[in-house]
Design a protein around this ligand. Structure first.
Ligand code: GLA
Length: 432
């Protein structure tokens, strides 16, 4: 009996090995699973430092991420964006810029891992990166092996210099290469939504950019044209990006997220604008990749990015991207279904004046086909907690209340003031 089992085991092993050997080197391989159950959180060098990055800066950032509790709050990826590349060697293997990173990338990965952080890196599907360093075209498997050997945990893969390249093919090739290299690496696709990756990339990447690059600007600005009448490039605004990303909610979910670009919180908008930016990214279940100089930030910025209740909206295990129920003049009403029958609810004011808003729950009813969830305000009573103002007393949402609850509502009519470019955000939890 024992012998038979051993024989069968040996046969199965041999078959497995033969199978592995017969695999064509270009056969599709699945993306790494389990890396993106909730949207990724971390920090990236691009928005603040562009290509001016080096080992000392990155280590200082890492130290601060631990010291300020950012790692504990969930920001675990520390991502080098464009500007880390050195040259390729005679065999085509890529090297880090040893002037910027004198101890090498492997040592940096070890440093980060010892602090509970993960290392992210950046490359491009074309001949060059957007800042003109070497791209991965023709070197995909080599690059993936190098990253795996260094201990890289995350790859952002850009789309500059990709003339005549098929996007699905290019991103699938890198997915295969990352899988073949054997180290779980988060795959962040950065193709700016040009080829609608939400329609084809759920099994290719863990997230995909849905828009062009964000800037430190809250409201859309009118386009500018050069002397030849060509539209000049300008970064997108927070609210402009929200308009593009919101209708794509059906495509996001655990394992594959819409990415409306990295955060600009702390980079120069007002505190109100930063708060609204952060809120909407959480409502949209967006990756939360900080983009400011965290070694030097104001207490207000720190308070925004470490608000655990707000982060929990983004990281809710259901992974349902929120929806904008209504725009009404300068006001926008957003909802996001959360676990346990809860909802996140916010009102954004993009106007220049503060707005006094009477919350009329009967007119805010949500019937969300995507999640199958309804607010049912007429039947369900909710307790509302103000997430940006922890000291505010919770109130009950009540359309047709009975007895005690009704009395509370009458005593406490729900009128809120939303300052200019600001937001009020509540977590609604059903009560009996
Ligand atoms: C593109 C990307 C940005 C950034 C730069 C780097 O513009 O969209 O997020 O990575 O390239 O050059």
């Amino acid at each position: 009996m024992k012998r038979t089992i051993l024989l069968i085991g040996a046969c199965l092993l041999a078959m497995g090995l033969a199978g592995a050997q017969n695999r064509r080197p270009d056969a599709p391989l699945p993306k790494w699973e389990g890396l993106a159950d909730t949207p990724q959180m971390g920090w990236s060098s691009w928005n603040k430092f562009q290509t001016e990055i080096n080992e000392k800066l990155i280590k200082d950032i890492a130290d601060k991420m631990v010291e300020l509790g950012l790692v504990d709050a969930g920001y675990v990826y520390l991502n080098l964006d464009d500007g880390w590349h050195g040259e390729r060697d005679a065999q085509g293997f890529v090297h880090e810029d040893m002037e910027k990173f004198p101890s090498g990338m492997k040592a940096l990965a070890d440093y980060l891992h010892a602090k509970g952080l993960k290392l992210g890196i950046y490359s491009d599907a074309g001949t060059n990166t957007c800042a003109c360093y070497t791209g991965s075209l023709g070197h995909e498997y080599q690059d993936a092996i190098v990253y795996a050997n260094w201990g890289v945990d995350y790859l952002k893969y850009d789309w500059c210099f990709t003339n005549n390249i098929n996007p699905k093919g290019a991103y699938t090739l890198m997915r295969n290469a990352l899988r073949a290299a054997g180290r779980p690496i988060f795959f962040s696709m950065c193709e700016w939504g040009s080829n609608k990756p939400w329609e084809w990339a759920a099994d290719v990447g863990h997230s995909w950019r849905t828009t062009g690059d964000i800037g430190v600007v809250f409201l859309p600005v009118p386009p500018k044209y050069d002397e030849n009448g060509r539209r000049m490039w300008a970064p997108l605004s927070v609210m402009g990006i929200a308009d593009i990303n919101e209708p794509l909610r059906q495509y996001a979910g655990p394992g594959h997220w819409n990415d409306p670009d990295m955060l600009e919180v702390g980079n120069g908008m007002t505190v109100a604008e930063d708060r609204t930016h952060f809120t909407l990214w959480c409502m949209m279940a967006a990756p939360l990749i900080l983009g400011n100089d965290i070694t030097n930030m104001t207490p207000e910025t720190l308070a925004i990015i470490t608000n655990r209740d707000v982060i929990a909206i983004d990281q809710d295990p259901l992974g349902i991207q929120g929806l904008r129920l209504r725009k009404e003049g300068d006001l926008q009403y957003w909802f996001k279904p959360l676990e346990g029958g809860d909802w996140a609810f916010c009102v954004v004011n993009i106007g220049e004046e503060a707005a006094t808003v009477q919350l009329d729950w009967a007119s805010l009813e949500v019937d969300d086909e995507l999640s199958g969830r309804k607010t049912d305000f007429a039947k369900v009573n909710y307790r509302a907690r103000d997430l940006w103002n922890a000291s505010a007393k919770p109130f009950n949402t009540l359309v047709k209340g009975k007895g005690k609850l009704r009395k509370q509502l009458v005593q406490n009519p729900v009128t809120v003031v939303v300052p200019s470019h600001d937001v009020v955000l509540y977590r609604l939890s059903p009560i009996d």
